[in-house]
Design a protein around this ligand. Structure first.
Ligand code: MLT
Ligand code: ZN
Length: 470
């Protein structure tokens, strides 16, 4: 074991008092994950002011043989940015690197540092008359570096793809402390292995993303949002299919929610205004930069026909920006409301879009067989096949007892998902919670290649150890 106090004094000289936290009261919030599943411990949090400082800090850690855990807004759902409990891993926080280096409204690009929150990045893009088309529930806290390192998905994937689809260039501090400046903003660049895509989704296990060039889109001038009570999950899928046939280019989000989740939101989120009670809900957002696109007419037309056929039972269309936000709040507060209700096991799964209703039906039955009284709270991005198939503790079962069954629950869901040709993690990543699933889902040539990549880029194994790979 290295002399950590020697390393800390070198880091203190390099980073100054703002750049290094060592008091337990200061470091504690960085050592626990958002879901409070893991209580880690760290001797220090490194907070570099810029890429050069960060690179020097990594070099010092490598020389001392000390591991680093890169951390953005610490909103991971799979504890991807939490140190272990041994008090030997340093947290590397990007939160002081908050410069928006450039926005180009002609190229439709934004060059931005890793510590900028997604919300601040969206706002900066909007001020330049553009749209950063990535939206997730934690966007007020989540930072660009983490969003890219985890290849976040979110509400607009149906139209614009995941975080990886928005990345043109990256700046990365490699595991040995060398800086790779790949901040190119080219739409075409066909020059060997696509390194940037290796770092996107690597969850900090290969290097540290310090800045990125992101693709922007023209800012929509017409936006319409509707919340519908639908007859069933099949009806929600049918509604999505109808909007797709009507005008696929206009759909910017298509979300599913259950009555159970909506009831939690109504109960736990102040100011949540649920317009009607239903067993199944769909949220549709249409948006376009085209002038006079008459989205409202199209929306009403599709909804009226669906109501006629009792696919849609009730619907409300936002009449103002405030109403639009209040409809979105009902969806975006699902994770928070579920947390307040009690202990939950999350399954961030994806299946082909056409199989979402079957997934929900089978999981409802299998869930009750496994733990009677367990409450299924499915919600999420139906338009791209990603459902948060979460379960809440039964009312008569203590939270700890329920959480002790988490692998049973995840295995039960996993079996159904595998049968439906899906994935065990659609957007939350693997983190510390799910590496044990990798051999059975990604084993053989795929996992072996990942392990060789890890060994090649991080030969000392000091980048976010214990995450992603088993
Ligand atoms: C969401 O879409 O709100 C999140 O991914 C949260 C969750 O799975 O709980
Ligand atoms: Zn999600």
């Amino acid at each position: 074991m290295t002399d950590i106090s020697n390393l800390l004094s070198q880091l203190s000289t390099l980073l100054g008092p703002r750049g290094l936290l060592t008091e337990a009261s200061d470091t504690a919030p960085y050592a626990e994950d958002w879901r409070k599943l893991y209580q880690g411990s760290t001797p220090a949090v490194i907070r570099p002011a810029d890429t050069a400082e960060l690179a020097e800090a990594v070099k010092l850690c490598v020389a001392a043989g000390v591991a680093v855990v890169p951390q953005g807004g610490n909103t991971s759902m799979v504890a991807g940015a939490t140190p272990d409990a041994n008090n030997t891993q340093l947290v590397l926080s990007l939160s002081r690197m908050t410069k928006i280096r450039a926005i180009d409204a002609v190229d439709l690009t934004m060059t931005i540092e890793a510590g900028v929150t997604l919300k601040a990045a969206q706002n900066a893009a909007a001020e330049a008359g553009c749209l950063l088309p990535l939206s997730i529930s934690s966007e007020g806290t989540a930072q660009i570096g983490g969003v890219l390192a985890t290849n976040a998905g979110g509400n607009n994937t149906v139209r614009y793809g995941n975080a990886r689809d928005l990345v043109l260039g990256l700046e990365v501090v490699m595991a040995d402390g060398e800086i790779w400046n790949g901040l190119r903003r080219l739409r075409k660049d066909n020059t060997g292995y696509c390194l940037r895509q290796l770092f996107v989704g690597s969850e900090g296990t290969l290097g540290v993303i310090t800045a990125a060039v992101l693709k922007l889109a023209p800012r929509p001038t017409e936006i319409e949002v509707a919340l519908c009570a639908v007859a069933s999950a099949e009806a929600a899928l049918e509604l999505f299919t109808r909007f797709n046939r009507h005008d696929p280019a206009a759909i910017s989000a298509f979300e599913y929610m259950s009555g159970a989740g909506m009831a939690f939101v109504a109960k736990h989120i102040p100011g949540a205004n649920v317009p009607f009670k239903a067993a199944h809900y769909a949220l549709i957002e249409l948006a376009t930069p085209r002038r006079n696109a008459r989205l409202r007419e199209g929306l009403e037309e599709v909804l009226a026909a669906a109501m006629e056929e009792e696919i849609v039972i009730d619907a409300v269309i936002a009449e103002s920006e405030a109403q639009r936000l209040s409809i979105w709040k009902l969806r975006e507060e699902h994770a928070e409301a579920q947390k307040r209700e009690g202990a939950s096991v999350k399954n961030d799964v994806s299946v082909p879009v056409s199989r979402v209703p079957e997934l929900l039906a089978r999981a409802a039955v299998a869930g009750q067989n496994l733990i009677p009284g367990m409450r299924m709270v499915p919600f999420g991005h139906m338009g791209d096949g990603n459902i948060h198939l979460n379960f809440e503790q039964p009312l008569d079962m203590p939270g700890a007892e329920f959480l002790a069954r988490d692998h049973d629950i995840m295995d039960m869901v996993g079996e159904i998902v595998r049968d439906l040709d899906g994935s065990f993690s659609a957007e939350h990543g693997v983190g510390r919670l799910k590496p044990y699933m990798m051999p059975s889902w990604r084993g053989g040539a795929e996992l072996a290649a990942m392990q060789r990549i890890k060994a090649a880029l991080d030969p000392c194994g000091l980048m976010n150890p214990g995450k992603v790979l088993p």
